[in-house]
Design a protein around this ligand. Structure first.
Ligand code: DC
Length: 241
């Protein structure tokens, strides 16, 4: 049986999570932000294992140039544990029983998360958590990330890949944080996003890319409501009953 999943992939700040949350809400489904799980693992590593390089026995992570104690990362995630908890139809990340939705958005985590997400063993662990979450949900789950339609749920009946120009994504990210936006800030933010996208799209394991059967949606010129409308229209067409 095909999983009751709507897969929404795309680069950083393309509007995936906002779109996924609204689509889930309108359908009465749950929302799972897979990036939050990678961020929660990163937070757990930084808080418990320290910065890479500080540990003598650490192993090199292929493709990342960094060093992390790979086996310890998954063991740590299991032991603490890092997990997803369903609260009013939103899967929220927890570390050792504490909700970490806020600290996982810090710059400290954002700077290191692509390295953690490049580790094959971590991806396998995260994918198991996602599949269990979906299996345990009675209705359906809108899952957003980078590899949802390609690797985690290749049989998802509805797949969307959202994009937007780097400048527009940088503008949205800064607008979310509030305050005035100057051109220098905008340029720096666009560079940071581009570096993360490059790391996510060129890693050897599950690189970010659109699934062959995904709807490609460029949101540079359209607003959130229109994005949601288009995803819901596709869902009505593809979902049984
Ligand atoms: O969506 P986000 O920016 O919160 O994701 C954080 C990082 O996690 C991102 O740099 C890439 C990684 N990620 C991933 O590799 N695969 C996913 N399915 C989701 C996120």
């Amino acid at each position: 049986m095909r999983p009751r999943v709507i897969a929404i992939d795309g680069p950083a700040a393309s509007g995936k999570s906002s779109t996924a949350a609204l689509v889930a809400h309108r359908l009465g489904w749950a929302h799972l932000d897979s990036g939050a799980l990678y961020r929660a693992v990163t937070l757990a590593v930084l808080d418990n294992l320290g910065e890479p390089g500080a540990l003598k026995e650490s192993l090199a992570v292929p493709g990342s140039g960094a060093t992390w104690p790979v086996q310890q990362i998954v063991a740590l995630a299991e032991e603490l544990p890092v997990r997803l908890v369903l609260v009013r139809d939103v899967f929220r990340p927890e570390v050792a029983g504490v909700d970490v939705e806020e600290p996982i958005r810090s710059d400290r985590v954002t700077r290191r998360v692509s390295e953690i997400a490049a580790i094959r063993e971590v991806r396998h662990w995260v994918n198991v958590q996602q599949r269990e979450a979906v299996l345990g949900h009675p209705r359906g789950v809108v899952v957003d990330g980078r590899d949802i339609g390609t690797v985690v749920f290749p049989d998802a009946p509805v797949k969307v890949f959202l994009t937007a120009s780097p400048a527009e994504r940088a503008r949205r990210r800064l607008a979310q944080r509030g305050g005035r936006i100057d051109p220098d800030q905008l340029r720096r933010e666009a560079e940071t996003l581009a570096a993360r996208d490059h790391a996510d799209a060129t890693r050897p394991v599950a690189p970010m890319k659109p699934a062959a059967d995904a709807l490609l949606l460029d949101t540079t010129q359209i607003d959130l409501e229109e994005q949601v409308r288009q995803v819901l229209a596709l869902a009505r067409e593809k979902l049984p009953g």
